[in-house]
Ligand binder design. Structure first.
Ligand SMILES: Nc1ncnc2c1ncn2[C@@H]1O[C@H](COP(=O)(O)OP(=O)(O)O)[C@@H](O)[C@H]1O
Ligand SMILES: [Mg+2]
Length: 289
């Protein structure tokens, strides 16, 4: 087991590698849909490329993926073809704006919300080959507590959970954190509050989640970003462009850039953040070599 250099179970560490060429793996999840995950992934991804990082985005919202739509891309093949064994990530990858690389998901394939163990191994093996040389791998996991969400969230280096001020967003985020804490022994979560009307509202939203998670689940939450509610975001969505690209001076664009700058400061974890990563490290290592 190669703990010295690699923590993410999603990508195996080639024998002899010092892990330097492997990306920092960040899963972006939420309890409920519609809170802004896809916009966070697309805009933070673009902001990171503008900071000189090589960014790969995996649209792992397997049943309702729409990152390609948001970025105005037209995929010919998707991760569904990779899981079926007919294509490789190399063959499905799309070049997005600002040179981000996007691995598109299929849309409207409900059965893909659960991933079998062999499908998980296919993804691990494919990523091991494809993602080396990237600085950051951002994963849009989709929403909820299905096995595909919990697989990606628990095997990434960082779990970033997006919440909005809606009460259902908070209760559903709590439910996701609970599953990741109880079943996958996750202990640390990074939180982004999206669509808050003021910094104060963002702090209040985070505070409510933090108190409950600390008291009942004994996990540590960290507020890493607050993206304001901004009418420029839906305007950009309508034009199938990232707000950062279309309206670079919009308040949300500034907040996405700030979050991206912060991400570049996060140290690559040396130790796994969940015990599941240790379990998965073994098959991943074999699959990648
Ligand atoms: N910061 C924001 N301000 C205003 N509207 C937003 C913001 N973030 C997201 N939205 C709106 O919410 C909708 C859902 O966002 P999306 O990123 O697709 O959510 P998810 O991926 O979590 O389902 C978008 O179409 C957009 O119009
Ligand atoms: Mg989405």
């Amino acid at each position: 087991m190669q703990l010295k250099s690699r923590s993410s179970a999603l990508i195996s560490d080639p024998i002899g590698s010092d892990g330097e060429s492997l990306p920092h793996v960040i899963a972006v999840s939420s309890g409920k849909g519609g809170v802004g995950k896809t916009n966070v992934v697309a805009n933070v991804g673009m902001a990171l490329t503008k900071l000189g990082k090589r960014v790969l985005i995996l649209d792992a919202d397997l049943s309702l993926g729409n990152l390609d739509v948001l970025l105005g891309l037209v995929p010919r093949h998707t991760i569904e073809d990779v899981l079926a064994g007919t294509h490789t990530f190399d063959e499905i990858v799309l070049k997005g704006p600002a040179d981000i690389h996007v691995l598109p998901a299929s849309s409207g394939v409900p059965h893909l919300t659960t991933l079998t163990e062999s499908q998980q191994l296919i993804i691990q093996a494919q990523l091991a080959q494809f993602a080396s040389g990237m600085d950051v791998l951002l994963i849009d996991t989709g929403a909820g507590i299905s096995t595909s969400v919990t697989f990606f969230a628990s095997s990434a280096d960082e779990t970033l959970i997006v919440v909005s001020p809606e009460p259902t967003s908070l209760t559903d985020a709590y439910a996701l954190i609970k599953v990741l804490a109880r079943q996958y022994r996750e202990r640390r979560f990074k939180i982004v509050v999206n669509q808050a009307k003021s910094p104060r509202e963002a702090a209040e939203v985070f505070g409510k989640l933090d108190v409950a998670a600390d008291r009942f689940l004994h996990v540590v939450l960290e507020l890493v970003g607050a993206i304001p509610y901004d009418d420029y975001v839906p305007m950009a969505v309508m034009q199938q462009k990232a707000v950062l690209e279309l309206f670079p001076d919009a308040p949300a664009s500034e907040a996405f850039r700030k979050l991206a700058r912060q991400i570049t400061q996060w140290p690559k974890p040396v130790l796994p953040k969940s015990s599941m990563q240790l379990v998965w490290q073994r098959p991943a290592t074999h699959a990648g070599n």
